[in-house]
Design a protein around this ligand. Structure first.
Ligand SMILES: [Zn+2]
Ligand SMILES: [Zn+2]
Length: 319
């Protein structure tokens, strides 16, 4: 009897193990035949984009997208600095000076599979580039997870912008937004998607009003996650935050495996739709560089903050 019970338990275990392993296997998302929309022409206004690396996390492709293998991947905690004649803004706030304290707010399971490495502080990198924190026009977040907000306490007084859905998530999102919430909800100001549909997304927010930095709602990873389109830099960019952790998420397209989705994605079905849309958008706009926040293979191609020209780009003269 005992032997029979052991055999049944072993079989159940093997089936559970096989089912778990299956959740990591390749499963490309189906893509409709129709091509994606072509982006509107780039605006006359020029902007500069540069990257500041605030740290990294070690992981591998297996956890990043379905079909990934054990190949090591460095997840960059990168901040995007955008210089415009109306002011300099940041996308993301990466890691900050309280990293070890902040890391303790992360759910235990995620902590157990992550190893964090800080880099030079964002505030020091801004100072080296002659950017005074008080001169920053604002910090925009692609979303409010802990690894995107770490340096906010180091930049007191700089306005932080999210949309209403993300602000609600900071207030009510439980463990997913513990760190952002700890900074006080009043730290987060809201903008609205008052602009028209853009790049196949239903609405938009034009940060400077000239088409150079356009945000669109792309909820799924978090309810108020956004994509930032940068037009008028050295090339066209789409900053996609964590919609995909590595570029294969868009290239294949493929969602995160079940274990990762469970830990971090708020609405996996909505996110699958956004990944397919991004894949189609890439097909219709081959020169658009889609930038997942954490894919160092992509962000390392971008200009460095340390090499940023000392003066902002000139305002184009009226036609
Ligand atoms: Zn995230
Ligand atoms: Zn992240």
């Amino acid at each position: 009897m005992a032997r029979k019970l052991a055999a049944v338990s072993l079989t159940a275990l093997l089936i559970a193990g096989a089912a778990f392993a299956w959740t990591f296997t390749a499963a490309p998302l189906p893509v409709p035949q129709e091509p994606g929309p072509v982006l509107p022409p780039a605006p006359a206004q020029r902007v500069q984009l540069a990257v500041a690396e605030t740290g990294s996390m070690e992981s591998n492709a297996l956890f990043a997208y379905r079909g990934g293998n054990l190949e090591k991947r460095l997840f960059g905690m990168d901040v995007f600095v955008i210089r415009h004649p109306q002011g300099t803004i940041l996308f993301e706030a990466g890691f900050g000076s309280h990293l070890s304290e902040h890391f303790k707010t992360v759910p235990r399971l995620m902590r157990s599979v992550s190893k964090v490495h800080p880099a030079q502080l964002l505030t020091e990198q801004l100072a080296a580039a002659n950017i005074a924190p008080a001169s920053l026009k604002g910090i925009f977040l692609t979303h409010s997870h802990w690894d995107h907000v770490g340096a906010l306490p180091d930049l007191p007084g700089v306005p932080v912008y999210v949309n209403q859905a993300e602000r609600d998530f900071i207030e009510q999102g439980g463990e997913a937004t513990t760190l952002a919430r700890s900074f006080g909800i009043d730290r987060f100001q809201t903008y609205a998607f008052e602009g028209p549909a853009y790049a196949g997304f239903p609405a938009s927010h034009d940060v400077f009003g000239d088409g150079s930095v356009v945000l669109v709602p792309a909820g799924g990873h978090t309810p108020g996650a956004v994509i930032a389109f940068l037009r008028g830099a050295d090339r066209d960019y789409a900053l996609i935050g964590d919609l995909a952790w590595q570029k294969e998420g868009v290239d294949i397209p493929a969602e995160k495996p079940w274990m990762s989705r469970n830990m971090v994605d708020h609405d996996p079905a909505a996110l699958r739709g956004v990944l397919v849309q991004l894949h189609q958008l890439q097909g219709a706009n081959p020169s658009l560089l889609i930038v997942p926040s954490h894919d160092r293979r992509v962000t390392s191609q971008l200009p460095r903050l340390a090499a940023l020209a000392p003066t902002p780009p000139a305002t184009p003269s009226a036609p």
